[in-house]
Design a protein around this ligand. Structure first.
Ligand SMILES: [Zn+2]
Length: 140
């Protein structure tokens, strides 16, 4: 696989396909990347394009805070008066994501989410996360 952007087909685990889910891509702390002391600038990661509603793969050139990784965050509406429950998947391939080849000529790659972590965050933190644009791993 070369380092240029490859569009990948959304074939995906069923939980992502449900209509009511909010899916967005933000930097988030990954304990697994930290425990492995993973150097992010050597890895591929997956991002979700909100406008295209598709997933893309990039080679990391990330020079931000260590182990705050590009992550895909899901919110399916589960909340109470003070908190929302979000699911966070680290976007680093080999951590929260895995890539596999398909026989499809148009979409030669597909992704699986290997691992999702559940967090309860306040509504204010959720809104801050939604509004946060990290320019340090801004895409071409
Ligand atoms: Zn990770």
């Amino acid at each position: 696989m070369d380092s240029k952007t490859n569009s990948i087909h959304l074939q995906f685990n069923s939980f992502i396909m449900e209509k009511d889910k909010v899916v967005f891509c933000r930097p988030f702390y990954c304990p697994q990347c930290e425990s492995l002391r993973r150097p992010l600038d050597e890895y591929y990661f997956v991002v979700f394009g909100h406008d295209s509603q598709a997933f893309f793969i990039h080679k990391a050139r990330y020079k931000g805070i260590k182990w705050i990784t590009p992550s895909i965050i899901f919110f399916d509406g589960k909340q109470d008066d003070t908190h929302k429950e979000i699911m966070v998947a680290c976007s680093v391939v080999g951590c929260g994501m895995e890539i596999f080849h398909t026989d499809d000529k148009e979409y030669p790659y597909d992704i699986n989410i290997k691992k999702v972590r559940l967090y309860k965050i306040t509504h204010a933190d959720y809104n801050a996360l939604l509004g946060y644009k990290d320019e340090t791993y801004k895409l071409d």
